[in-house]
Design a protein around this ligand. Structure first.
Ligand SMILES: Nc1ncnc2c1ncn2[C@@H]1O[C@H](COP(=O)(O)OP(=O)(O)O)[C@@H](O)[C@H]1O
Ligand SMILES: [Mg+2]
Length: 340
């Protein structure tokens, strides 16, 4: 099995050198000039139809910002997002709304995504009405079919969000996202707010729906066990950049980046963690406003050498095909190579 990342040819979603900077005030200095927070800093990946890319990393590493820029909910500071072969049009335009029909999202909090005053069946049908698709009877039939697809009985049609469990609400959110027949679903921590006992059911449903509707998922989670289950590929983010990206099996079994290794050894039951000494992630990630020079992970990295403090490692392939941004993983730790 190779670790190769899916080639751009035939990609459904292509993200190239994406960056997003926020202007923020430095804490404690009310009168200081705003600082630049590089939330996403040169992120590239592509996603083929029907495939899942898991995006992982600690809180604050830029996962949600990446998702929002991909969906056009936030503008990019630099870089490009291409979807179904064309650049995503500027937000708010009719071309953007057309593209957005084909890229839907599921976020963490299903209750927040639903209108408490409206029966859920009407909310599932609503996107069809907004886009002027199908007549009233057609919309209703389609909504009932989608309730069935997400494992809910027809009797749910007339119920209100507060009458449903968290898992049932997330199923409603999924039905509503799928009614426009998207090719891409961006899922940002879609099961994090659910009871652990329900999480597996929703993950299994997502896997089922992917096969049934040929969906591609950009699946964001900090739970590597879930990511392992659902992803074909995994990209690991650290302080706004992808530090490792490869075939999920390989990357999770034999992580090459010290940061990926540390994340995996934090999973109590992971086979990979049992085989190697537990690596502890020391401290919190640094503030992205004051990104460390060189490799941003070096202050927390047990493997770091002198070069890591000064020279930003490029994300490039190992012989097995997976991409890694680490001087040590590439065996390029000689200080005199800095100038090369
Ligand atoms: N609207 C915003 N204004 C300023 N900073 C933001 C904004 N949104 C996110 N950030 C900052 O960008 C970084 C990445 O955030 P986010 O994408 O939410 O990370 P994640 O989803 O991985 O937890 C964090 O440092 C966060 O504080
Ligand atoms: Mg987030």
């Amino acid at each position: 099995m190779t670790g190769a990342v899916s080639p751009s040819a035939g990609a459904l979603l292509e993200v190239r050198d994406l960056a997003r900077v926020f202007r923020v005030r430095r804490t404690g200095s009310l009168f200081a000039k705003p600082a630049a927070l590089h939330a996403v800093d040169g992120v590239s990946f592509s996603l083929a139809p029907g495939r899942t890319l898991g995006l992982v990393g600690e809180s604050g590493c830029g996962k949600t910002t990446t998702a929002r820029v991909v969906l056009g909910l936030l503008s990019a500071t630099a870089g490009e997002v291409r979807f179904e072969g064309a650049a995503v049009p500027p937000p708010g335009t009719s071309a953007w709304r057309a593209a957005r029909r084909r890229m839907q999202m599921v976020f963490q909090d299903p209750l927040g995504a639903l209108d408490r005053r409206i029966p859920v069946g009407a909310q599932v049908m609503e996107p069809l009405a907004i886009h002027g698709m199908a007549d009233k009877q057609g919309r209703r039939e389609r909504a009932l079919a989608l309730l069935d697809a997400v494992g809910l009985a027809q009797s749910f049609f007339t119920r209100y969000p507060h009458e449903l469990s968290g898992g049932q609400r997330q199923r409603i959110v999924l039905a509503r996202a799928l009614i426009l027949e998207p090719s891409l679903l961006v899922c940002d921590e879609p099961i994090s707010s659910l009871d652990v006992s329900i999480q597996a059911q929703v993950v299994n449903l997502l896997i089922d729906l992917q096969q049934r509707f040929q969906l591609a998922y950009l699946f964001i989670s900090h739970d590597l066990k879930v990511v392992r289950q659902i992803s074909h590929e995994v990209a690991v983010m650290y302080l706004g950049r992808i530090v490792e990206h490869g075939e999920a099996e390989l990357l999770l079994r034999e992580p090459a980046h010290p940061y990926t290794r540390a994340l995996i050894s934090a999973i109590p039951t992971a086979a990979a963690a049992r085989r190697r000494p537990i690596l502890i992630l020391n401290g919190d990630p640094p503030n992205p406003v004051d990104r460390p020079a060189g490799c941003a992970f070096h202050p927390r990295c047990a493997a770091a050498v002198a070069r890591c403090r000064v020279d930003l490692p490029a994300l490039k392939p190992l012989p097995d095909g997976r991409l890694v941004a680490c001087h040590v993983a590439h065996g390029e730790t000689m200080a005199d190579r800095v100038a090369a």
